[in-house]
Each structure stands twice: as structure tokens, then as C-alpha cells.
Design a protein around this ligand. Structure first.
Ligand code: 5U1
Length: 693
């Protein structure tokens, strides 16, 4: 056959096979018998084997997996992958709707919401270039994920080439990979037959399948996918509503939930919640709630984001699953920052999709309030990835014995008493009068704290030292080889290779990973230090704001509070940590050992005369666009908030200012117009910043 004809036939087969895939995996309506599908597939495989140049990156033959990878590369998402705030009760849903209405200044009528199930799977992002699938990534920390392209290529419901037309040249589709309940049951039956470990629940099975370095294993796992949004390319869809976006996605070949709808106001949201709740047991996939999104995209833009979550959407979660079991013992655990947490050791019980053997009792007051004792039958609760907790005891099941008075019974076991000294290091345990949490005062002298600090430092999202897991950290600390974070960089081959279960090759790999971690980022470094109340997002904000370590170390409380989302509590944690001489010395040693990152400049190096002042913009300003006004204010240290409160210093009101203006007047907040804002900025010489930017 002439090559052009072979090429033509291969293209025809690819299109036909993908059409059948779509009919089978997305529409759930097979169009040909399995045997016929297999024949087409084998014909394409044979052609590609004979003429390798014909193989294209969107060929369905690649869905069987590729040779294993050594590791998953990191991917920076074109648009960050957000998380959702949660609501559990109607009042929280009503408060969300009220915030939305205030944000868009809607005083009458209802807001329409696009609603759909909240899949209990793994969020992923799929990149298409000119309609062809080129890259897939996990959510990771929202800014950076892991590239799992070859694994996602094996998921039959993910289109390798988009159908229809009108997609942006670069398109990022967001959605969830999951395993259908029926597929999960079949997979576990298979595992049982092969005498292999079963998966605890469909979510774990999906996660385990997606994180395989060998995509040929993933190809053998029955994964599904549902799309729910767009990252890069969202503003080129010419859509006015979320609902239209979903229709576009479905039209291009993506599976979308058939349970999705558009509903009106809080009443519509609550009716949908009840409806999906009733149907939950018969849905083909696990869900842990429903998601509500403001339908109109212009309003979504107007509402924007707070830190990591959009203001225009919320997850309404189902109540967590509960079960009863018995308390075998109550121990305490020492956390990374010294927090002493009482933990109930339980008779194993299956709840929320996993077997639970430990549950947190949070703190001493909680144990007392719930009066949990050894031998009690308790109700335990577990939701999603959250740590299981003891909700309450079942009083009538408490084991009792006769008291001094023969007719009276008293509990067999005494009530819990918090140890006065840390069980790990013997240091005093202290509990400030105004705090619920007791802490070990041993600091990094306490091996439990030291181990967890090291483990956190080495973790993937911090310094990312592959191979330095809990077991090894435990060995290094117990052997007295590592006392501070900086000691990690002094380890050598001889010491490491001398450790139990550590061969020379593993020691070499670990040293290479430690060496590689020296090349880091400022945000990772801040996060890795393990400062109380400083998570990844705050570390990123601090890094962006201060640009370099010198500026961060020099910052006082007011300067720290200029950083988005840094309030008095976080600022106090930062100051306490950064001014502690031991911590300063560790930081210096880390730098001396060669830990480094690209040096930056503070985000706004200029004067900050509006530091500490909060503005709210409302209505249409006569000449300035909102974003420009915001940039001007922020450039001189001011903060622009989305809603008016007692803390607001100025409301800048334009034409058709609505409820925010009313609220400002009600609270007695200063209201200025654009002209007055410009005078204020001119007085401090800020207007030049606009032309400089
Ligand atoms: N169903 C659904 N899940 N989910 C998760 N929709 C949805 N949307 C999300 C997330 C994080 O985020 C967008 C609102 C940005």
C-alpha cells in the first residue's frame, strides 16, 4: 500500500477508535461489539509497528502505557489550582450566598448557581495544545503539581484529541480522576484472586493507580474522569456562564457529571443538596458533598479569590461518617511544634472508607469534656482525609465496678490526666492559661519534635529530599547523627552507609538528594523551617512580599502584617521563630552549607505610606479601572479588601455603588470618591507609580 494510503488509514482508525472510546467511556453507550473494537485497535497497532513514523502523540495505542519513569517531573500550573471553602450547615450556605450578593452588590432577585456533585477523587489538570492532549498533572500544592501525562493518557475517558471546534490554542481542563464503585469492587475481587493487597476505598485505589511510575500498571486500572472547569484558556471560551463552559467541555468530548444543574438562591441550593444526598448511595461514584458556583462568569471575576479559595464557589459537605468502637488506651503524641495531643488507641473499625485504629482527642480539655476513658465505647468520625476523631462516648456501655457503697457503681478506669513531663524527652509540659494546647518545652532537644521538624524539612513540598522518610530520620536522630536541620548537610557516605539497612548505593542516592536540595526557592525554604502557623501559601506570600531573607529577618510586626493573610497570630509566630538565637544560628548554618535560591527584590520596594490602611472599592469609578486603582493603593502599602467591615479605613465609591456603600455609611467608615483617592495618592506621590509600572 502506498505510504499516503497507510497514513490515511491510520488516521481513520485513530479517529474511529477514539469515537468508540468516547461512546463507551463518556456517553456510556457502546457503538460496536468488543470484538470489532479489538480488531480495529490491533489493525492500528500493526500499522504503527510497521511504520513507526506514523505513530502520533494522540494515538489510542499509547493508552496501554509507556516505559517506567524514575520520578514525576514538577509542573507549574498555568493558572493555580484552587481549593474550595467548605460549608456543613444551611446557615453557612446562606452566609455564602449573602457574601456573594454583597460582593456583586445585588440588592434584589436571586443569584443563579451552577451545581454539581463533589467527586471524591483526585484533582488533575489536562493541557491541550491545538486540541491535542500534551500534558497532565496532579494538583500538588495548587501552584506546582507532578506531571503524570503517561498515566493520564491511559484513562480512556480523557480525550487525546478534542472533537468539535472552537477550543483555545492552549487549554487547561480541570477535573477529577476517580474509580467508579463497580470498577473498584471488580479490581478488589481481582486483587483477592491474585492474593494481593486490596484497596481500602475507591479514592485510595484511584490515587495509588495514578501515582504509578510505570504507566503500564495504571493502564490496567479502571480509572474514570469528570471535567469541572478550565484553567488557561478560560477567557477565550466566549462563554457567559459556568453552565456554558460545561456544555463546551462536553461538546469537546469530556465527561461531565449528568447530575449537574443550574439552581436559584439558597432554596435552590438546599433542594439540590437534599436531592443529591438522597441519590448518593445509587450514584456510580463516591462523592463527599456538592459544589456550588456562581453561574455568571462576570460575577465570578468580580468576586475573585481569598488566598487559596474562590469567593464565588463553595463545597457543601455531607456529614462525616461515624461508627462505634472501643478505647483500648489513651496515649499522648508530641507534634512538630511540641503540641501534646491525647490520642485514643481503638479496636480497629471501618469508617469513612478506611480501618481506623487511632483517633485524636485534640487536647486535655476535650478529653475531660467528653469524659473519654479506657474501656469506653465511643463514636468515631472520619471525613475525607481528615484525622479521625472521637465524637462522644456511649455512657451506658461504660465498664463499671462496685464502689465503696455496694449499691453504687463507679467507673472501672480513672479519668485521663495529661502528663506533667513529655513522654519523649522528659521536659516539662506547659499549658498557657489562655490556650487549650499543652506543649513540650523541650524544643529541638525533644527527639519527637526534632524528628518531625527534620521530616517536614525534607518533605516533598519543603526541601524535597527524596529518600529521607520517617524511618531514616528516626535512625539519624536516635543514632545522634543529626541534632539540627543544618546537620543534614554535614552527613557523609561513611556515616550513612554505616546505618542499619542502608547500602552504599542508597547512601549515595541520599547524599545526592541532600546536595540537590541546596538549590531551592525562598518560599520552600521558609516553609521548610516549620514555623508555627506558616503553611505553604503563607510561605509563598512572604517570599513574594519580602523577596529575600534579609528583608524578612528585618521585618517588624507592622511590616509582616502587610503580607496578604498575615495577621497578628502569624506575625507573632514569625517574630518568635526568627528572633530565637538557636533558629538564627540554624538558618546561618544552612546558608553556610550552601542552601540557596534565586535572589529577588521585595514586591514593593518603594515607600509604604498606606501600610496598615484597608480600602474597599465599589461601583464604577469614572476614569480608573478597578484593577488600576487596586494596584495604585497596593503599590504604597495599602490593602484592598472585598467587603466592608469595621476594620475598613476607606470605601472608594463610584457610580451605582450598592450595598457596600450602605454598609460603610452604617458603620461610619470614611467614603471617598475617585477624585479624593487621587488627591490622597498625589499627596504621597503615588501616582507616578502608575506610569512606572
Ligand atoms: N465538582 C467540582 N469539584 N471542584 C473542585 N467542581 C470544582 N471546582 C473547583 C474545585 C477545587 O474549583 C473551582 C471552583 C475553581
Amino acid at each position: 500500500m502506498p505510504l499516503e494510503l497507510v497514513e490515511e488509514r491510520a488516521a481513520k482508525l485513530r479517529a474511529e477508535i477514539e469515537r468508540h472510546n468516547h461512546a463507551y467511556y463518556v456517553l456510556d453507550a457502546p457503538t460496536i461489539p468488543d470484538a470489532e473494537y479489538d480488531r480495529l485497535f490491533r489493525e492500528l497497532q500493526a500499522l504503527e509497528a510497521e511504520f513507526p513514523a506514523l505513530q502520533t502523540s494522540d494515538s489510542p495505542t499509547l493508552r496501554v502505557g509507556a516505559p517506567p519513569l524514575k520520578e514525576f517531573p514538577s509542573v507549574v500550573h498555568g493558572v493555580p489550582m484552587l481549593s474550595l471553602n467548605n460549608a456543613f450547615a444551611e446557615a453557612e450556605v446562606a452566609a455564602f450566598d449573602a457574601r456573594v450578593r454583597e460582593g456583586i452588590e445585588l440588592t434584589s432577585g436571586e443569584v443563579d448557581y451552577a451545581v454539581e456533585p463533589k467527586f471524591d477523587g483526585l484533582a488533575i489538570s489536562l493541557t491541550y495544545r491545538d486540541g491535542v492532549f500534551v500534558r497532565g498533572a496532579t494538583r500538588g500544592d495548587g501552584a506546582t503539581g507532578e506531571e503524570v501525562t503517561e498515566n493520564l493518557r491511559t484513562v480512556r475517558a480523557i480525550p487525546l484529541r478534542l472533537v468539535g471546534q472552537g477550543w483555545p490554542a492552549e487549554l487547561e481542563v480541570r477535573g477529577e480522576v476517580l474509580m467508579l464503585k463497580a470498577d473498584f469492587e471488580r479490581l478488589n475481587a481481582h486483587q483477592r484472586e491474585k492474593n494481593e493487597k486490596e484497596f481500602a476505598n475507591p479514592r485510595n485505589a484511584a490515587a495509588g493507580s495514578l501515582r504509578q511510575l510505570d504507566s503500564r500498571i495504571t493502564a490496567g486500572r479502571p480509572l474514570s474522569f469528570f471535567a469541572y472547569g478550565v484553567g488557561v484558556g478560560a477567557n477565550q471560551l466566549a462563554a457567559r456562564t459556568q453552565d456554558e463552559i460545561m456544555l463546551r467541555l462536553a461538546g469537546w468530548g469530556f465527561p461531565v457529571a449528568s447530575e449537574r444543574r443550574v439552581v436559584s438562591g439558597v432554596a435552590g441550593l438546599m433542594a439540590y443538596f437534599a436531592e443529591v444526598g438522597n441519590r448518593r448511595p445509587s450514584l456510580p461514584y463516591d462523592i463527599d458533598g456538592v459544589v456550588y458556583k456562581v453561574n455568571r462568569l462576570a460575577w465570578q471575576d468580580q468576586l475573585g479569590f481569598v488566598s487559596r479559595a474562590p469567593r464565588f464557589a463553595i463545597a457543601h459537605k455531607f456529614p462525616a461518617e461515624e461508627a462505634t468502637t472501643e478505647v483500648l488506651a489513651i496515649d499522648v503524641q508530641v507534634g512538630r511544634t511540641g503540641a501534646i495531643t491525647p490520642v485514643a488507641r481503638l479496636k480497629p473499625v471501618f469508617v469513612g472508607g478506611v480501618t481506623v485504629t487511632n483517633a485524636t482527642l485534640h487536647n486535655e480539655d476535650e478529653v475531660r469534656r467528653k469524659d473519654v476513658r479506657v474501656g469506653d465505647t465511643v463514636i468515631v468520625r472520619r471525613a475525607g482525609d481528615v484525622i479521625p476523631e472521637v465524637v462522644a462516648i456511649v455512657p451506658e456501655k461504660r465498664p463499671m465496678r462496685s464502689g465503696r457503697d455496694l449499691f453504687e457503681l463507679e467507673p472501672l478506669h480513672p479519668c485521663f490526666i495529661l502528663p506533667a513531663i513529655c513522654p519523649e524527652c522528659g521536659s516539662a509540659v506547659e499549658k498557657p492559661a489562655d490556650e487549650a494546647i499543652a506543649r513540650c518545652t523541650g524544643g529541638l532537644y525533644c527527639p519527637a519534635q526534632r524528628k518531625q521538624a527534620l521530616w517536614h524539612f525534607a518533605s516533598r513540598r519543603a526541601m524535597d529530599i527524596e529518600g529521607l522518610g520517617d524511618k531514616l530520620v528516626e535512625q539519624l536522630v536516635d543514632a545522634g547523627l543529626v541534632h539540627t536541620l543544618a546537620d543534614l548537610y554535614q552527613l557523609n557516605l561513611a556515616t550513612l552507609a554505616g546505618l542499619e539497612r542502608m547500602g552504599e548505593k542508597s547512601a549515595q542516592n541520599l547524599l545526592a538528594a541532600i546536595e540537590g536540595s541546596k538549590n531551592s526557592t525562598f518560599a520552600r525554604f521558609i516553609y521548610a523551617l516549620g514555623i508555627r502557623n506558616v503553611g505553604e501559601a503563607t510561605a509563598r506570600d512572604l517570599a513574594r512580599h519580602f523577596g529575600n531573607l534579609e528583608h524578612l529577618l528585618a521585618a517588624d510586626e507592622a511590616a509582616l502584617q502587610q503580607v496578604p493573610d498575615v495577621g497578628p497570630v502569624v506575625a507573632a509566630s514569625l517574630l518568635a521563630f526568627l528572633h530565637e538565637p538557636h533558629n538564627r544560628s540554624v538558618i546561618e548554618k544552612l546558608l553556610a552549607a550552601g542552601v540557596h535560591w534565586p535572589q529577588g527584590e521585595p514586591e514593593t520596594a518603594g515607600p509604604r505610606p498606606l501600610a496598615g490602611k484597608t480600602f474597599v472599592l465599589t461601583g464604577t469609578l469614572p476614569t480608573l479601572k478597578r484593577d488600576d486603582a487596586k494596584a495604585l493603593i497596593e503599590a504604597v502599602g495599602g490593602k484592598v479588601a472585598g467587603s466592608v467591615s469595621k476594620k475598613t479605613d476607606y470605601v472608594v465609591a463610584g457610580e451605582e455603588a450598592g450595598s457596600k456603600l450602605e454598609k460603610a455609611q452604617e458603620l461610619g467608615v470614611a467614603v471617598i470618591d475617585e477624585g479624593q483617592l487621587m488627591v490622597l495618592l498625589a499627596e504621597i506621590g503615588a501616582q507616578n507609580l502608575m506610569t512606572r509600572n
